[in-house]
Design a protein around this ligand. Structure first.
Ligand code: FAD
Length: 415
């Protein structure tokens, strides 16, 4: 793989950009691999990358039914933060956030990580108490956050109305090194780095069945034939239940559409990410000038993967008191993705009842931010057939044992 650099851009400029090579190979599937990863979203690609980089396992295929990054990884609003309440969550999300800091350099592709700061507004006394508690927990966990008052919020976000009649701003949980990154670039960067290390990324290859012998996985049936696998990692977000059924077990997961929309582009107006979880809305501004707006998940389970009109109305209505300027904006585009929600709003990184089969799911509305940490932890689980410290608390057995990792405040609405 040729490195991307300022020198490479200059070289290609003088030869009319004829010398760029494809970012990743498109090989035909081999009959069998040591590890097959199902799903070329951020989590599947990051799993394959860290399998190769951290554990030297390169006989890996990533199978994708559509195009890589075409699932939730390419549909989210790109918020990155690690201000969760529970220690297990803070550990994996902060690991991910820290990896984002150096990702462009590590993967030799600009993922446009922008640590512009994330604010989670407190708009009720109850919410304020919750965020004060989270700020204390974060201090103990070594996650840099603080609770700030309404005047400081106004300084950071001049367009905000802090004295709304229904939901005045009482303060906010502020994570200055949270922010955003370019979601497609994250998927592309992992794909390119994987491919360079010998991992096969096979697009338009849907897994339709999982083969097993005496309780152990032996491979997958796909639209491109049978592919053998000593180990299988299921990393398919909203389709986790479908794949689990193929493997013969059930998951405590519901699949729900989550939607977002963008406004017409305007001049720079807001240079932080703001989440208003009481009213179910959040906003940031993209480099193109669009306001990127999202809300809560649909209230019913479905696999539709598209937007709906009622959602635009609900989300804009929720935000207009706090951000009056959006009443004058035209909305340009909306879309949806299918997210995988667990009851405690925490992910699953786990062995499964089928030997050699592992699952990474349940990131729900907030798994873009965790891609590097999740891939790191999942690769360790698959390579060693045992979870490392980051994955250990997120095993499937916690649902049987009632050992929940309750993040309903940090992840119930917030992304
Ligand atoms: C509107 C919206 C906004 C969001 N905002 C944020 C945010 O601001 N911050 C944040 O952290 N998170 C956010 N999220 C959540 C985040 O996008 C997801 O948690 C994350 O992208 C999940 O990544 P993934 O790799 O697990 O799944 P995906 O990117 O969905 O990848 C799974 C892949 O599996 C493939 N697949 C499924 N079935 C099969 C099969 N049978 N065979 C082969 N391939 C298969 C799919 O095609 C898909 O490409 C948002 C999500 C949405 C929808």
């Amino acid at each position: 793989m040729r490195r991307y650099s300022a020198f490479a851009i200059a070289r290609e400029a003088v030869r009319y950009h004829q010398g760029w090579e494809r970012a990743w190979r498109s090989p035909a599937p081999k009959p069998a691999y040591e590890v097959v990863v199902v799903g070329a979203g951020g989590h599947g690609l990051a799993t394959a990358y860290y399998l190769a980089r951290n554990h030297g396992i390169t006989d890996v295929a990533v199978l994708e039914k559509g195009w890589l990054g075409g699932g939730n990884t390419g549909r989210n609003t790109t918020i990155i933060r690690s201000n969760y309440l529970q220690d297990a969550s803070a550990a994996i999300y902060e690991k991910a956030r820290a990896l984002y800091e150096t990702m462009s350099r590590d993967l030799n592709m600009n993922v446009m990580f922008s640590p512009r700061g994330v604010l989670m507004l407190a708009q009720t006394e109850h919410e304020k108490r919750g965020y004060l508690r989270t700020a204390q927990a974060n201090r103990l966990q070594g996650v840099a956050t603080e609770f700030i008052g309404p005047e400081r919020v106004k300084e950071l976000v001049p367009i905000i109305n802090i004295s709304g009649p229904r939901y005045p701003v009482l303060g906010a949980l502020w994570q200055p090194r949270g922010g955003t990154a370019r979601h497609d670039a994250v998927a592309w960067a992992y794909a390119r780095a994987c491919s360079a290390m010998g991992v096969d990324i096979i697009q338009k290859c849907e897994v339709t069945g999982i083969t097993q012998e005496r309780g152990r996985v032996t491979g997958v049936e796909t639209t491109r034939g049978h592919i053998g696998a000593k180990k299988l990692a299921i990393v398919v977000a909203g389709h986790s239940g479908v794949l689990a059924e193929m493997a013969g077990f059930r998951l405590p997961i519901e699949s729900v559409a989550l939607q977002a929309l963008v406004s017409e582009p305007i001049k720079p107006a807001i240079d932080v990410v703001v989440m208003a979880n009481t009213v179910h809305g959040y906003m940031s501004q993209s480099d193109k000038g669009e306001l990127v707006i999202g809300g809560g998940a649909d209230g019913y389970n479905n696999y539709t993967q598209r937007g709906s009109f009622h959602h635009i109305e609900e989300t804009v209505r929720a935000l207009v008191e706090t951000f009056p300027i959006i009443s004058r904006l035209r909305m340009m585009r909306q879309w949806g993705g299918i997210v995988d929600m667990t009851g405690d709003r925490s992910p699953i990184l786990s062995k499964t009842p089928l030997a050699g089969c592992y699952i990474n799911a349940g990131w729900g509305t907030g798994g873009f931010k965790s891609i590097p940490g999740s891939g790191w932890a999942m690769a360790e689980l698959v390579a060693k057939d045992a979870p490392g410290p980051l994955a250990a608390p997120f095993g499937l057995e916690r649902f049987r044992e009632g050992r929940f990792i309750d993040e309903s405040v940090a992840a119930g609405v917030a992304h």
